[in-house]
Design a protein around this ligand. Sequence first.
Ligand SMILES: NC(=O)c1ccc[n+]([C@@H]2O[C@H](COP(=O)([O-])OP(=O)(O)OC[C@H]3O[C@@H](n4cnc5c(N)ncnc54)[C@H](OP(=O)(O)O)[C@@H]3O)[C@@H](O)[C@H]2O)c1
Length: 246
Amino acid sequence: MPITVVGPGDVGSVFVRAAEGAGEGVRVVRRGDDVRTSSLREGPIVVAVREEDLAGVAGALRSAARRAVFVQNGYVEPILEPLGEITRGLLWFTAKGDFFHVLGPSPFFGPQAESMVALLTRSGIDAVVIDDPVDQVREKAFKLAWSCVVGLPVALRATTLAAYLDQERVEAAALVDEVCSVLSATWGIPISASDAYARLLETTGELGWMTGSTKGLSMRNGAIAQLGRAHGVATPVNDRLLARLQ
Ligand SMILES: NC(=O)c1ccc[n+]([C@@H]2O[C@H](COP(=O)([O-])OP(=O)(O)OC[C@H]3O[C@@H](n4cnc5c(N)ncnc54)[C@H](OP(=O)(O)O)[C@@H]3O)[C@@H](O)[C@H]2O)c1
């Protein structure tokens, strides 16, 4: 089946190559193109723009939401929930320029999950459909905990991820703990911080060279701090890191 990829950056290019390798038609929508035209074509629409560009793209795809596949790392629920039934993909691979590494199976859930898993696995990228809503929530939490550690605190220390996880493991574990507590309170589902921390360690062995990022913070550490306030869960580590940024 042909696919459309909105945002042919690092992640979008992985889907473009996977579709080309499988002999599927692929149409690319770049910044400045009219995103709404993708809803006129058949097939899944992989939205691979960064979190900060998501709201405009998601709004333009409202009429084709069931065909849309969102792969953003952050807390993007306020943008996606109004769309109704959509597909989420939590990507456990890292693509940055020429670097590509599969960190683990990428879970997908929603109407396009089967086709996305088939597409990625055909090109050698491990992916899995997750049907259980509780498991979906846990997977979202594990990915958000990962993003809250791999980005902001590493960037603030101007160090590498390997050095951060080696020297600041108490802080890293506390960050994961905060994310899991906040998301447990938000979603009403127990989320194991020790499982989330284990996932972080399992998936970062090849990423020690990464230097962190402060992009999209309002949907990562900032969202956790805000949700914590809304649900009465203290987030002192995230608060301290966010304050240092200012
Ligand atoms: N990279 C990874 O390894 C990885 C892994 C897991 C999840 N993710 C998630 O995937 C998302 C994309 O990350 P990325 O690393 O691929 O970012 P990226 O390399 O910056 O790619 C984003 C692409 O979207 C384009 N874009 C922005 N607004 C657009 C619009 N309105 N219409 C069409 N295209 C638009 C950008 O164009 P410009 O070049 O003009 O900005 C760029 O080509 C992020 O939310 C990230 O959290 C990334």
